[in-house]
Design a protein around this ligand. Structure first.
Ligand code: 13P
Length: 245
């Protein structure tokens, strides 16, 4: 049985005071959750979020794949680990589309995160053009294969994959739950093909793209959807609590 994992991705939202306010309203109410729940906050507020949260996972939204060096503006996995963080999002479509993230850097980052004993949340998903041309399977299989290259069987069991059709992100157009299920099943089958059935059975796969309190139940009821990566709806304390509860 896979434990559900719901992570809010705050993207470039919330100042320091807004971050503190969120945790004051939300953290205590998450004390008895039976699932893994958390938020990925901007780098500048990670330490503070960790300080104000006792019941939620605090995740980073990105990292660099080198340990240290002359990389102005970048953040290493060592720095994140030192903050006692456990999860890092990699390969979000916004980073792929706007910040030159490639399948190769997703792979390097994922390997580095795993080497430090942390968990990458690896994002994949197709554009609207690819969806309309029926290329979803081919696109996500290739993203998954490249992201996991060189990652061993034991490590891959710990990762989280987030399937986010790009056309569903921030648009209010949630994918129909059964179609999202089909793609998540394709991703699981690909993992089985690359590793084995036992590995495929433990890897958790999230759906992301306009997830809201109104549609999360139906999505999570699908057999291959083990959680959600939520943007907009995770920013508001009330909506976040509805999502995780
Ligand atoms: P929305 O939930 O705002 O569509 O964003 C999804 C997303 O990109 C999460 O990473």
């Amino acid at each position: 049985m896979r434990k559900p994992i719901i992570i809010g991705n705050w993207k470039m939202y919330k100042t320091t005071s807004e971050t503190i306010d969120f945790f004051k309203k939300v953290d205590h109410a998450c004390a008895d959750l039976k699932i893994d729940a958390g938020v990925a906050v901007p780098f500048v507020n990670l330490a503070l979020a960790k300080q104000h949260s006792h019941n939620l996972i605090i995740a980073a939204q990105n990292c660099h794949y080198e340990d240290l060096g002359a990389f102005t503006g970048e953040i290493s996995v060592n720095m994140l680990k030192d903050l006692k963080l456990t999860h890092v999002i990699v390969g979000h479509s916004e980073r792929r589309q706007m910040f030159n993230e490639t399948n190769e850097t997703v792979n390097l980052k994922s390997k580095k995160i795993l080497a430090k004993g942390m968990i990458p949340i690896i994002c994949c998903g197709e554009t609207i053009e690819q969806y309309e041309k029926n290329q979803t399977q081919q696109v996500v299989e290739s993203q998954i294969e490249k992201a996991l290259q060189g990652i061993n069987l034991e490590d891959v069991k710990t990762i989280v994959i987030a399937y986010e059709p790009i056309w569903a992100i921030g648009t209010g157009k949630t994918m129909i739950a059964e179609i999202a299920q089909n793609v998540c099943a394709i991703i699981r089958a690909k993992i089985e093909n690359l590793y084995d059935e036992a590995v495929a059975n433990v890897v958790r796969i999230q759906y992301g793209g306009s997830v809201k309190p109104e549609n999360i139940k139906k999505l999570l009821a699908q057999p291959d959807i083990d959680g959600a990566l939520v943007g907009g709806a995770s920013l508001e304390p009330k909506a976040f609590l509805l999502l995780v509860k």
